[in-house]
Design a binder for this molecule. Structure first.
Ligand code: BGC
Length: 845
């Protein structure tokens, strides 16, 4: 049942992702079988569906504990999504991927396990290993890359790290959930070769290398069948072919048909308690539509998961307490990953690093004071603290001035006063009350005062605002349902807001909003009252959700005035650091991106600041590609992604040269809006065809007439490297069944020719003779990082797995090793290849 790998004499290409485990599988299986045999049909079925938003029920009769799941991947939220239960917020997955460092990602996984334990969770709903098919994908920030090899290697490392800590993962969303438009229903059509070579590839690598204890099925359909019911992919490929023995859990509300899900191999329907399993599944077994042995299979896998995480009496946990990894300092690790992930895209004249005492630095941009540390949606975690870029530079002793420059947020922030929130029933009687720190309310799955969702009809938010300035104040109401807003005794709004589309989570992912202007006088307190009547759907299908915002913005300068102020600040300083980025409306789960431009007037701002100060550094705070029309006019461009809670501390280190920016792009960044090879995310008549086949990301850019702004793999660091030589040898005895076993090894000698110690990510690409145009011209075959002091020469050893030489043979239904002459190329990006050696791969004996 287990995907055990034989011991290899030498490590694999990247991480050897096998987690340390104790207690044998046989011990656990014996306990699982014993427990299963003692359960009645309804008791077995009860294990297969959520008891609530995040957990599976306990069963005392067999000593089974309550099993709690919690979202990742940028931290572990726990069951409560609130500021008084904070989580360590690490950089988002694109940042993690930019480190190209499986060991560091494994360490991040161990931190997630530690956080999960602290929060009483047993399963982390991560990593997200869908691909960057197009930069328009709204959840791009939450996945790793446009390349399946690096995605699989990093995904396996994260899973191994979390499971080192005895906590389960659910790599997600299986499969072809690569954009968000109509995500609940979209039917992705793609050919088998593309499915195998691109979209299934990371899942296969993770399952075979890291043996995840769970996996999450996607919402979408693939070639006409919903992924929660996809027998061919879930049973035949995932379980039978790859040997997956973990739990397949639905995406939230993704299980829609009792019989098809059960027969299709979906073990768990989330959230509960109202699901298509429960009494519906009991009835389906009783009337013969689902065999009881199918339920046994599903329940066995749930019990196996419980055993692995130590929740089943009589079964040894996979990782006993004495084998848990040493405690990790979460803040320190978040800080380290951030600096290692920052990508120096451009550095004209070596402006960076700045001197330790760089003189006056004008810090410009709303995101400098209010950075986006993570992307929106289920991945969002609330840290105990956030170090902003401004905080970070000030703490480093830099003499800074600040100007907002441009505030791209079209949504004012939640009104910054404590508010009382009264929970009322349909008759207006108060059921419970609480205080929220500002005008933002979000309760998911659980209500204050343990009020039942079924009883809650209305929420009344009330508070007092003392205006800071006289003039036009703006208020916004954001959410779904009926709202009545009263400011200073005047009713500004009394109507219903309805979200677009049929996404049950739209009320918090992409809520509608209304904006109002009121003249107020500085210092004269005004009462604010927002009554919210919940939409019908709020408590339906177990998706208990209350989410709305009362926003407020004090009178501000006009956009032109803000830019003028920033230009003046830039002129008066030696260096200008402009922080630009996307907003929560632009990069979030639930919606795709309309375009790739920076929102608001940020491009204007950069142009103007760059014209005023030649020493302009632009810091890009975005989780995925944005257009940078000014990139050749500024001295330096530093991409910091969504950097997690230690954002500003890491930024100060990198700007001042205390740390090198270690990142390399895991995805190609286009120069113009229309240049990206794949742009379409909108289904037609419910179908989204992946017409481009294998040609996504750099595989497509290599054949495009236009060059991107920055290629896959690009990133400068603070020193220079000479690629001095490469040797490639074919490894004998690699003819076993493990497609990740290395069949060749490249040794690449690089010399640090710059003036400081640095780290280089050596990338190896495989190019074939070009005769077969159905294959991309070249693809990433392996990578490794090395460190060297000035003048030092070091060797990077990169092992190339057999899979890198294989293509999927659709008629035969199997992988085929493509023997022949390859060019093994080593370089700094897919476009900056410095060395090439021919390798004649013999046919498999
Ligand atoms: C997301 C999943 C997430 C789940 C639970 C869904 O809407 O697609 O990635 O794990 O919600 O929050």
């Amino acid at each position: 049942m287990n995907t055990e790998h034989p011991e290899h004499a030498e490590p694999r290409t990247a991480t050897d992702a096998t987690a340390v485990t104790a207690g044998t599988d046989a011990d656990r299986e014996a306990a699982v079988d014993k427990s299963l045999s003692r359960l009645s049909l309804p008791a077995k079925v009860a294990l297969l569906a959520g008891a609530d938003m995040w957990s599976l029920p306990a069963d005392e009769s067999i000593g089974l504990g309550r099993l709690v799941m919690s979202d990742g991947p940028a931290g572990v939220r726990g069951e409560h999504w609130s500021a008084d239960d904070p989580s360590v917020a690490i950089p988002s997955p694109t940042a993690l991927a930019a480190t190209w460092d499986t060991e560091l990602v494994r360490e991040a996984g161990r931190l997630l396990a530690q956080e999960a334990r602290r929060k009483g969770a047993h399963v982390v709903l991560a990593p997200t290993v869908n691909l960057h098919r197009t930069p328009r994908g709204g959840r791009h920030f939450e996945c790793y890359s446009e390349d399946p090899l690096i995605t699989g290697d990093l995904g396996a490392a994260l899973v191994a790290g979390v499971q080192d800590g005895g906590i389960a993962t659910t790599p997600k969303h299986f499969v072809a959930n690569d954009s968000e438009t109509d995500r609940y229903t979209v039917d992705v059509h793609l050919d088998e070769r593309t499915l195998r070579e691109l979209y299934l590839a990371p899942f296969e690598a993770i399952v075979r290398k890291a043996t995840p204890w769970g996996l999450m099925a996607a919402y979408n359909q693939v070639n006409g069948t919903g992924m929660s019911e996809h027998t061919a992919l879930n049973q035949e490929v995932l379980r039978e072919e790859w040997g997956f023995d973990g739990v397949l859990v639905s995406d939230w509300t993704g299980a829609r048909d009792t019989v098809r899900c059960a027969l299709g191999g979906l073990d768990v329907a989330m959230p509960g308690p109202a699901t298509v399993y429960g009494e519906h599944l009991v009835a389906a077994v009783r009337d013969g539509r689902v065999p009881e042995r199918t339920v046994d299979d599903l329940a066995r896998r749930v019990l196996r998961l419980a055993a692995r995480v130590g929740l089943l009496a009589g079964a040894p946990a996979a990782v006993p307490a004495e084998l848990l990894p040493p405690a990790i300092d979460g803040e320190a690790l978040a800080h380290r990953i951030a600096a290692r992930s920052f990508v120096l895209l451009r550095n004209e004249g070596g402006l960076l690093p700045l001197a330790e005492q760089p003189g006056r630095v004008a810090v410009i941009g709303a995101a400098a004071a209010r950075p986006r540390i993570g992307g929106g949606g289920s991945a969002e975690v609330l840290p105990a603290r956030t170090v902003t870029p401004l905080d970070g530079l000030r703490a480093a002793g830099v003499d800074v001035s600040f100007a907002t420059g441009s505030d791209a947020l079209s949504n004012p922030a939640p009104v910054a006063v404590p508010m009382t929130a009264a929970l009322l029933d349909a008759a207006g009687a108060e059921l419970a009350g609480t205080v929220v720190p500002d005008g933002f309310v979000r309760w998911i799955g659980e209500l204050p005062g343990r009020v039942a969702f079924a009883d809650l009809a209305q929420v009344r938010l009330a508070g007092t605002l003392v205006p800071q300035g006289s003039g036009t104040h703006r208020f916004t109401v954001r959410g779904a349902g009926r709202f009545r807003l009263e400011v200073d005794g005047r009713v500004l709004f009394d109507d219903v807001l309805v979200p677009e589309g049929d996404d049950p989570a739209a009320a918090f992912l992409a809520p509608p909003q209304r904006l109002f202007s009121v003249e107020l006088t500085a210092g004269r307190a005004v009462d604010l009252v927002l009554d919210h009547t919940l939409p019908q759907a709020a408590g339906v299908a177990g998706f208990g959700l209350v989410s709305f915002t009362l926003g407020h913005a004090a009178p501000a300068l006009t956009e032109d005035e803000l830019i003028e102020e920033a230009v003046a600040a830039a002129r008066a300083a030696r260096v200008a650091v402009v922080v630009v980025g996307t907003t929560e409306e632009v990069e979030t789960e639930g919606v795709d991106r309309a375009d790739l431009a920076l929102p608001g007037r940020q491009d204007d701002l950069v142009h103007r600041v760059a014209a005023a100060n030649p020493n302009t550094v632009v810091v890009v705070n975005a989780g995925s590609p944005v257009l940078m029309p000014w990139r050749d006019q500024v001295a330096a461009v530093l991409l910091t992604w969504f950097p997690g809670q230690e954002a500003g501390a890491a930024l100060a280190d990198v700007l001042l040269g205390r740390t090198e920016p270690g990142g390399r792009l895991p995805t190609t960044w286009p120069a113009g809006a229309a240049d990206a090879p794949v742009l379409r995310v909108e289904p037609q008549d419910g179908v989204l065809p992946y017409e481009e086949g294998l040609f996504i990301g750099y595989r497509a850019w290599q054949r495009s007439a236009t060059a991107p702004a920055y290629w896959f793999g690009h990133g400068l660091g603070y020193t220079d490297w000479e690629y001095e030589g490469m040797e490639v040898r074919h490894l004998d005895g690699a003819d076993d069944d493990d497609p990740y076993r290395a069949v060749a090894e490249a040794t690449v000698w690089v010399r640090n020719t710059g003036g400081r110690t640095g780290r280089e990510t050596v990338q190896v690409y495989l190019a074939h003779d070009g005769v077969d145009r159905s294959r991309p011209d070249r693809h990433l075959a392996g990578f490794a990082s090395v460190q060297a002091a000035p003048g030092e020469r070091v060797a990077a050893r990169i092992r190339i797995p057999r899979r890198a030489f294989e293509t999927w043979d659709t008629p035969a239904g199997r992988w085929l090793v493509r023997a022949g002459v390859y060019a093994v190329e080593a370089g700094r990006s897919v476009a900056d290849r410095r060395l090439s050696v021919a390798l004649d791969l013999p046919p498999r004996s």
